[in-house]
Design a protein around this ligand. Structure first.
Ligand SMILES: *[C@@H]1O[C@H](CO)[C@@H](O)[C@H](O)[C@H]1NC(C)=O
Ligand SMILES: *[C@@H]1O[C@H](CO)[C@@H](O)[C@H](O)[C@H]1NC(C)=O
Ligand SMILES: *[C@@H]1O[C@H](CO)[C@@H](O)[C@H](O)[C@H]1NC(C)=O
Ligand SMILES: *[C@@H]1O[C@H](CO)[C@@H](O)[C@H](O)[C@H]1NC(C)=O
Length: 501
């Protein structure tokens, strides 16, 4: 395929997008054909009428609001083919998307009407006992990674709920899971830092098609940028992470109904202010379901049995259901019903807090009831607020800096993760506005009691799609813009969605 042919198509595409969406579609189809002809037999291209369901599974996302019908889906099977593909997309100026695990709820972040790239064939987990690292394909979800590492008695610092992808999670900073219905408290973060703090190398296909291993030594700027800077610098095909010993753990899910909320809230406040054991974690989720607030609470201890005292208060409160035991890490990640809203439209947003004080916790309950009741008339309405307490040492584990978080080790913000779900596309803006109002209200409550969080950096993977870059990356925005301009002067990655530098 010659460069001049690409340029010809590019001009046509520009004309097409002005002239007619139908013509643009025809030209994206032409791009799909070119890719099909250029890639090796390790890769495949699928179309909407694919009877075997490859196309449908490639484009599908956990949240319906982030699925779009693409012109074709491409499953590259090697970094060399990703290189061929990105050069064709650049030359034809075709919109595209890159999907790893498909867990983002932000529309267009890993979906497109152009060429959809599914990373699912990058599915290797290679453990190297000598260097104590694991090299992981970016098409995987963390569940697969934990399961593959379990026989070796090791683990990596990854997502804490079932179904979260390796790629988006790590490239977004890898601080916490994307909270689903119920989040899971992976305590490894407390001991070893954020996932990005444990990355030793990224295999990156750059926008010009070059394939490179990006490490602190080989390219400090890109290494910094990839740690939280999402898909702005190319397509990541593999990530090498440090591994840590992992044995049996203790924990699971316990749920409470309305009458127990005051007791659970008090126990949460006590845990936040008094528990400093880095092996212990909780994620209480305040949700609104079937006309009432309730709490889904996940507990975690990184040993077969927790010391007495830490979780006793939660176990003593009368509960609706309980699934708490000594178990494997994989079993704990999968213990929560994280896919209960699969197929709904959904959105996350977040507040960064310095303290989960009793005042803040009570405001969270008030928001749960206020928005739960207010939005109940909308079909499929589901409201949840995940409280994610972290120790003040959370950002102190890295020897190098990263795109996210913009300041270390202080302030050690703790995220509150809001997740709202609904069914009707016509309600999108109502739920979007509700998320903005509710996060503003809670921010005001925190400021009102003296927390300096008015400009607190928001966690990349929880931030709603229209969050200004400065609210996520703070003073790092300027450096990230120059790193992006250097690696991608033609702004090829601008053809894909996401937070863009
Ligand atoms: C590429 O496409 C975008 C729209 O997707 C358009 O804004 C831009 O001008 C195009 N660039 C070229 C070089 O045709
Ligand atoms: C923390 O522990 C201390 C001493 O046991 C106790 O007085 C205090 O009330 C606890 N804090 C909370 C919020 O329960
Ligand atoms: C959730 O996952 C379970 C186990 O994989 C599956 O049986 C169930 O159908 C899923 N539910 C939805 C709504 O996708
Ligand atoms: C409860 O939340 C609503 C909506 O944010 C707010 O207007 C109201 O003042 C809150 N009430 C209390 C007691 O905090």
């Amino acid at each position: 395929m010659s460069r001049s042919k690409f340029r010809g198509i590019s001009t046509l595409l520009t004309l097409a997008s002005i002239l007619s969406p139908r013509l643009a579609l025809a030209l994206a189809t032409e791009t799909c054909t070119q890719i099909q002809q250029a890639v090796s037999s390790a890769s495949a291209v699928y179309y909407p009428l694919d009877l075997l369901g490859n196309y449908a599974s490639d484009i599908s996302h956990w949240a319906a609001s982030s699925t779009q019908e693409s012109t074709c889906s491409v499953e590259p099977g090697s970094a060399a083919d990703v290189s061929v593909i990105i050069q064709i997309l650049a030359s034809t100026n075709t919109s595209f998307a890159v999907k790893g695990g498909g867990h983002t709820a932000n529309p267009g972040f890993s979906s497109t009407t152009g060429v959809h790239i599914s990373m699912k064939r990058f599915s290797g987990v290679v453990y190297d006992a000598g260097s104590q690292t694991a090299t992981i394909g970016t098409g995987l979800i963390w569940d697969d990674v934990y399961e593959a590492l379990e026989p070796h008695g090791v683990n990596v610092v990854g997502g804490r709920v079932s179904g979260v992808g390796v790629a988006g999670f790590t490239l977004g900073g890898g601080k916490f899971e994307l909270g689903k219905l119920v989040a899971f408290a992976g305590v490894l973060t407390f001991c070893y830092g954020l996932t990005v703090d444990t990355v030793t190398a990224f295999e990156l296909v750059k926008p010009n098609g070059d394939i490179a291993s990006i490490t602190e030594a080989s390219d400090p700027d890109l290494f910094f940028g990839l740690k939280g800077g999402q898909n702005n610098f190319g397509i990541v095909t593999q990530i090498t992470l440090k591994t840590f010993p992992q044995g049996q753990v203790w924990g699971g899910l316990i749920t409470y109904t309305l009458a127990q909320i005051p007791a659970v809230s008090a126990a949460v406040a006590q845990f936040v202010s008094n528990v400093t054991d880095p092996k212990a974690a909780i994620i209480p989720t305040y949700n609104f379901l079937l006309g009432q607030p309730g709490i889904s609470h996940v507990m975690f201890y990184d040993a077969p049995t927790p010391p007495p005292g830490i979780f006793d208060a939660f176990l003593a409160i009368p509960h609706l259901t309980e699934d708490v035991s000594t178990r494997s890490f994989t079993s704990l990640v999968q213990s929560a019903p994280s896919n209960a809203t699969t197929g709904a439209r959904g959105a996350f947003h977040t507040v960064s807090l310095l303290d989960y004080s009793p005042t803040v916790i009570s405001a969270i309950l008030n928001e749960t009831i206020f928005w739960g009741s207010h939005l109940a008339p909308f079909s499929g309405s589901f409201i949840s607020y995940d409280i994610e307490p972290f120790l003040p040492t959370i950002f102190s584990h890295a020897s190098t800096t990263s795109a996210y978080p913009p300041s270390r080790p202080d302030p050690a913000y703790m995220p509150l993760n809001l997740y709202f779900a609904w069914s009707d596309p016509l309600s999108d803006s109502i739920f979007h506005d509700a998320l903005l109002q509710s996060t503003q209200q809670l921010t005001n409550v925190a400021i009102g009691e003296g927390q300096a969080v008015a400009d607190a950096a928001l966690y990349t993977n929880y931030a709603l799609y229209d969050t200004p870059l400065e609210r996520i990356y703070g003073d790092n925005v300027g450096r990230l813009r120059s790193i992006q301009a250097a690696v991608d002067p033609g702004n090829v990655m601008g053809l894909a969605g996401g937070f863009k530098f």
